[in-house]
Design a protein around this ligand. Structure first.
Ligand code: ASP
Length: 599
């Protein structure tokens, strides 16, 4: 006889003899009759042990504890009425029936659990150290299944569009994506190290040179950086590369792919195409290259209004080539001192000297509470009122700085105000997709006194800026790069690549990489570009983040089977762990970390 899943039986199975196998989800003693909810990954079935059906099983059932693995055979029966009341559970798909047990086998006993599975647990480390139990919770089982469906949808979609999945090495060579590498010492080449891939960037470009034309990979990537809720040292990308393409083709492909992923994982149709916006506009209006647009509070430019202001902080910023910008947090004039302090701290952490604001108590500027309005002329007050549509109850927040800094500061403040005002409450089912295009190609690092790549060094400038890159004018170059954004999260990013050895050499030069260094680090790419490299471009989507958003979770750890905690440790297997002295000897590695006994 086949065993049934715990979500399978319905009232029309009445009278059937069935066998179920699974975990005891709960056990209740109702006056000597034991009820258990039996659970497997599909759901629950109630089993009842009555002495009149099988004295032996009923006796044994008294010993059942939660999470014991048991096999139950019995007859499917409709749930009875007791004292004229139905015992049907309408919340359960199997709620109309129960299995009257005639035989019970305890397959494996469970010890008392370190935590209860039906309760949400705030101690994440405890969850992670017993992840095999944590994953038994229906929410987590569902998340794993959602991830499977979403990944499969991406695979199927890309396959249907002519993309071939190719695996690339994990033991590989450093490829710059802006993070620190994880290194693996080589035993056969003492003193040399493999790097784990931060992304398969170079391999996928080399596959284009190899004539693969359309590549994808559900690729594991490794970056040694500090962790946050949506960062992990290893994570998964849907990595894509195509030859003979342009940004619009990649954008169309990815929109279709995301639509397939959301359909499979959440059962919704996302409207296509997504809106597109340049990086400049995104920064200017939302102060972020991944704008959250589910609330307004857009950034306004007041530079013209305050260019000649008697308030020197503002006019001085404009005279120095900077800007004066502001946001209107509608209805937030009642902000507390503690909240003002928090916003000021954010502004200061992003390089501002302080945070100027106005609490609009009434329509008349006389009633406004602000440390700065006393310096404004009547024209400035009126101009401000008009431009920011100021009404009673508003809170105005300013930044006066270089354009990008002012945008970034207000971008952060805007998000924090929205959090304080709970503006996103009830918007969990709004999915605002957006493309951000034409990122800067290079950024100047003031501390290091050099140009760095905003994405990675293989990104192509827009054709109008190509000559400038070749002639060494690096300011303001735009890249053929695009990011796809959902509700303030970057879902993925990519670019059209450089495919000519000479242009690539110009890029390395811009980044201050000498010819010798570029030969040593990237000789294979420069060589490959000499042998008929096709024009190509691609993108990588962050699978963990996408699944997190589809599943409605707040951390990618909820959608990764075995994630690291926020200190990069796997508490279940106790990794990272010390290596045995003989392993280190084989690798010719000597630790500089002193052992406790030496201290
Ligand atoms: N390799 C890039 C990244 O990991 C994506 C790309 O340019 O395709 O962000």
């Amino acid at each position: 006889m086949r065993t049934h899943h715990c979500n399978e039986l319905r009232s029309d199975d009445d009278g059937q003899i069935v066998t179920l196998i699974g975990w005891v989800n709960s056990a209740r003693d109702h006056g000597g009759v034991i009820f258990i909810d039996l659970r497997d990954r599909e759901g629950l079935t109630q089993c009842v042990f009555r002495p009149e059906e099988s004295a032996e099983s009923a006796e044994l059932s008294h010993s059942l504890r939660v999470e014991d693995v048991v096999s139950v055979t019995g007859k499917v029966e409709p749930r009875p009425e007791i004292d004229g009341k139905s015992t049907v559970n309408p919340d359960l798909p199997t709620g109309e029936i129960e299995v009257a047990a005639t035989s019970l086998a305890i397959v494996n006993k469970a010890e008392v659990l370190p935590f209860q599975l039906e309760k949400e647990l705030s101690n994440e480390d405890l969850r992670l150290s017993h992840r095999f139990l944590d994953l038994r919770r229906p929410r987590m089982t569902q998340n794993l299944r959602t991830r499977h469906l979403v990944t499969k949808a991406a695979r199927d979609y890309l396959d249907a569009n002519g993309y071939i999945e190719v695996e690339t090495p994990i033991l590989s060579k450093s490829t710059p994506e802006g993070a620190r590498d994880f290194l693996v010492p080589s035993r056969m080449h003492p003193g040399s190290f493999y790097a784990l891939p931060q992304a398969p960037q170079q391999y996928k470009q080399l596959l284009m040179v190899a004539g693969v034309e359309r590549y994808f990979q559900i690729a594991r990537c490794f970056r040694d950086e500090d962790l946050r809720a949506d960062r992990q040292p290893e994570f998964t990308q849907v990595d894509i590369e195509s030859s003979f393409t342009d940004p619009d083709q990649i954008i169309d492909l990815v929109e279709g792919c995301l639509a397939a992923m959301f359909r499979a994982g959440r059962g919704i149709e996302i409207p296509l195409p997504f809106e597109r916006m340049t990086w400049h506009e995104a920064m200017n209006r939302f102060g972020s290259d991944k704008p959250e647009r589910r609330f307004g509070m857009e950034i306004e430019d007041l530079s013209e209004l305050f260019a000649e202001s008697g308030f020197k902080v503002f006019s001085g910023a404009v005279k120095n080539g900077g800007v004066v910008k502001a946001i209107n947090a509608k209805g937030f004039s009642g902000i507390t001192t503690g909240q003002v302090d928090k916003l000021t701290e954010i502004a200061v952490n992003h390089g501002a000297k302080g945070l100027a604001y106005i609490q609009v108590r009434g329509v008349d500027p006389e009633t406004w509470r602000s440390p700065i309005t006393k310096f404004f002329s009547d024209e400035e007050l009126t101009g401000l009122q008009e431009q920011l549509h100021i009404e009673e109850g508003d809170l105005i927040l300013f930044a006066a700085d270089k354009w990008e800094a002012a945008c970034e500061i207000l971008g952060r403040i805007r998000l924090e105000c929205a959090a304080m005002q709970q503006l996103l409450e009830g918007k969990e089912n709004v999915f605002d997709f957006l493309w951000v295009k034409e990122f800067p190609l290079l950024a100047y690092d003031d501390e290091e006194g050099r140009w760095t790549a905003v994405h990675h060094p293989f990104t192509r400038p827009i054709e109008a800026d190509r000559q400038k890159l070749e002639s060494g004018e690096y300011e303001g170059l735009r890249a053929q790069a695009y990011d796809v954004v959902l509700n303030g999260h970057e879902l993925g990013g990519g670019s059209i690549r450089i495919h000519e050895a000479d242009l690539q050499a110009c890029m390395f030069k811009a980044l201050g990489i000498t010819e010798e260094e570029s030969r040593a680090e990237f000789g294979h790419i420069l060589d490959a570009f000499q042998f008929g490299a096709p024009p190509h471009g691609g993108i990588a989507l962050g699978l963990d983040r996408i699944v997190m958003l589809i599943a409605g979770e707040h951390s990618i750890r909820e959608v990764i089977a075995f994630p690291k905690n926020n200190k990069g440790a796997d508490l279940m297997t106790s990794s990272p762990a010390q290596a045995a002295p003989n392993q280190l000897r084989d690798l010719r590695i000597k630790s500089t970390v002193r052992e406790k006994k030496d201290e």
